[in-house]
Design a protein around this ligand. Structure first.
Ligand code: RIB
Ligand code: CA
Length: 307
């Protein structure tokens, strides 16, 4: 039985990898995308989400999401990691389609209600839309089967600051709302995504098998790998977002530890995800280890099935 999934995304190069993986995966029934700021503005995220679905030949709804964090002031996305337009050096291109009229939070609430207990939500950007959905619909936490996030870090430190992973850092208040909810949450954080690396040769191999969509990812990966090298990481780029999507269908490849979490929302540690054993909060399934080779093989083998 395929997993019914919505991906909440800030595309973004590894977001594109995750979305194309979902398009190729026979065990995923993608119901739509919701967009959020983070790697790019929400306007560019929506344009890029439409563009990715059209490139993959998928006629699915895209719901435009929040344009600013819940509490923090708006910020200008850095082009350092994903480029000005979100896909490295690939120039902007206008999709033919348009987002649906509903905003992201309403689309999430309605779809979770229509697929009660079946929808797996995979946020791979800041958690603003998810927090808004939890605040708008008191039943959302129970309607959604589980929320499998790419974000956070328990013992790995941060990637945007020494303490914080980027998705949490960009909206710490939203992440704290999610961790305070009674939804079933799985955190696929840097503790595991830093172990799953893809190199230039991996993307060249994918492009050889899947010239069109694999070729797009290979082109994006050039910019992405250059950033990693610029920060001294020469072993390849982390498959952050694809890892979260794969955790939705292959949880057996991940070890988890049930851990109540809180998020630091101010000061130098803002965005840090902190174990909160005495908080009275429901535990989050925090991924602490991963069969990295198996996740990487799934990623490469399934992307190779694309056109
Ligand atoms: O820290 C990695 C995360 O931040 C990924 O989702 C990447 O796309 C960026 O959004
Ligand atoms: Ca992302």
């Amino acid at each position: 039985m395929a997993v019914k999934m919505i991906i909440d995304t800030d595309p973004g190069i590894d977001d594109a990898m995750a979305i194309f993986y979902a398009a190729a995966a026979p065990d995923i029934e993608l119901l739509g995308l919701t967009t959020v700021f983070g790697n790019v503005t929400t306007a560019i995220a929506t344009r890029n989400a439409l563009r990715l679905l059209e490139a993959a030949g998928l006629d699915l709804p895209v719901a435009h999401g929040a344009e600013t964090p819940l509490v923090l002031p708006p910020f200008t996305p850095s082009a350092q990691v994903h480029g000005d337009e979100g896909f490295g050096d690939i120039p902007a291109a206008m999709p033919t389609g348009h987002p649906i009229d509903e905003d992201a939070a309403d689309f999430l609430c309605r779809t979770a209600r229509e697929h009660k207990g079946e929808l797996v939500l995979c946020p791979i950007g800041p958690l603003t839309n998810i927090a808004l959905a939890l605040q708008r619909d008191p039943e959302f936490a129970q309607n959604v089967a589980r929320i499998v996030i790419m974000g956070g870090s328990l013992n790995e430190g941060g990637n945007i600051t020494p303490h914080a992973e980027a998705n949490i850092y960009h909206d710490p208040h939203a992440a704290d709302v999610v961790f305070a909810s009674d939804a079933k949450v799985v955190m696929v954080g840097l503790d595991v995504t830093h172990r799953i690396l893809c190199s230039t040769s991996d993307f060249t191999a994918i492009a050889a098998q899947a010239p069109e969509l694999g070729g797009m990812l290979q082109q994006m990966s050039v910019f992405y790998l250059k950033f990693y090298e610029s920060v001294g990481k020469f072993d390849g780029c982390s498959l952050h977002d694809p890892a979260a999507v794969i955790a939705c269908t292959h949880p057996e490849l991940f070890e988890t530890r049930p851990t109540p979490l809180q998020v630091s929302c101010a000061g130098e540690t803002s965005g840090a995800t902190l174990a909160a054993p005495n908080s009275g909060r429901a535990p989050v399934d925090v991924c602490t280890a991963v069969q990295a080779d198996a996740v990487k093989s799934l990623f490469i083998n399934r992307l190779s099935l694309l056109p």
